[in-house]
Design a protein around this ligand. Sequence first.
Ligand code: AMP
Length: 532
Amino acid sequence: MLTGCVPWPDEFAQRYRRDGIWRGEVLGDLLRPEAADDPDRIAVVTRHGRHSYAELDRRADRLAAGLVGLGIRADDRVVVQLPNTPDFVVTCVALFRIGALPVLALPAHRRSELVYLAEYSGAVALVVPDLLAGTDHRTLARAVRAAVPSVAHLLVAGEAQELTPLAGIDASPLDLPTPDPSAVAFFLLSGGTTGLPKLIPRTHDDYTFQLRATAEAMRFDENGAYLAALPVAHNAALGCPGVLGALRAGGRAVLAASPAPDEVFPLVSTESVTLTTLMPALLPVWMETAGIFGVDLSQLVIEVGGATLSPDVARQVRPTTGATLTHWFGMAEGVLSFTRPDDDDEVTATTQGTPLSPADELRVVDDTDQDVAAGEVGELLARGPCTLRGYYAVPEHNRTVFTPDGFLRTGDLVRRDAEGRLVVVGRIKDVINRGGEKVSVDEVEAHLLAHPAVRSAAVVPVPDSRLGEKTCAVVVAQDDPPSLAEVRAFLSDRGLAEFKLPDRLHLTAALPYTPVGKIDRRALARDHAGTA
Ligand code: AMP
């Protein structure tokens, strides 16, 4: 196992293998069976074209050989920041085949996040698009190389300028050794519990299990078409079953550039999409516009979660669109609980169902780690065959975020209903959930404090009818207080992703403190609950 990663204890690994949960599959084998047996079968579709299993399999082999030629080896970390394109799939599969480890950055990440990820992972390469939604990612890539000496290669999908074009990395396929299935295959980014987001190692064993089990639960097979409307770099659209699960099942992965109705609905119709994933904030827009686009959603299952879903909105989905909803609670860390397509609509509207597998162990505990009484609210602790045992290379943090017996402290407040289904009721971690995008308050506060006119600052959630929560920066300023626009421009110049820029600014004379001297964010959130 890669240094800095925490393996499952032998006793658990043996049990997961014995019970047929981990089956020794590796992610580099994605595309292979269909490429051999049914080469023209369509694997990936975008608005611009359709790509067969054989084509993508061949491209992945050639890219893998080209990357080896550049010097990329097993266990090397490669930050991959690509949007929903065939290049994403080919790049990841090529890296899986080498045993090199993609570190999946979101398209919204900017200089600050990319530098952080490259530094933290010790990346040897960065893969970016040329231009995306008005941002020149080549400029970001150059900034990463200037800041992080380990990054030797900047690979660009599209017009590379003086950097290395991804399309030019091409060589005759090599016979590469298959990675150990228990080895780390790639890294996802945590939504954060405290401080900056952490890297989540996902192994071949655990992720292929997740792909298989989520596909079975959603009744997704080779006849299915999965629509990626959310960024594929996020676990929700990547592997629940997502794009990789669709390919593992021999189905089609339909990649949308955005979840906007004019982008997705034509694809839903032409590709007869059967499954997709949405954050709750997008559901009302889909319900309002499906009729206008004349799209038939009656064969579609929509997995919704990642942030609070209003039961009222959930109840309207089938009557207005004909679509079937499943409601999930999930973390990139591997904890997954969800309702199944056959569940009663009321169960789906009001609970997040049951865990992915019987081998998942969930506990609901109080402040002293004692199990609460049945039906009571407490923090969710989780352990299981795809829940990590430690974040990458942060042993101190791991000592506080995991119990001594390996349960992850999720930072989420839940209860179990009378049937044992999970109901998420809140959160104790310092993260704001802005429509599913997680904003670590510590991270934004640290950037705010760098502003010359900011003496102290706290970032708190304020309720928002569309996104659930938005961010409010409460600032004690020096003589010349900044405006919201100035604060946003300042943070943006520091390279912070746009979704982390405060939505509101409140100037105050002093911040409240708890008796132990920490900023009392709960009091602030209460005080500012009406400011959205
Ligand atoms: P991420 O790893 O980015 O998907 O973020 C995981 C976090 O999203 C969880 O720890 C929760 O705080 C939040 N979350 C996920 N699903 C739900 C849900 N159904 N309701 C409320 N919060 C959710």
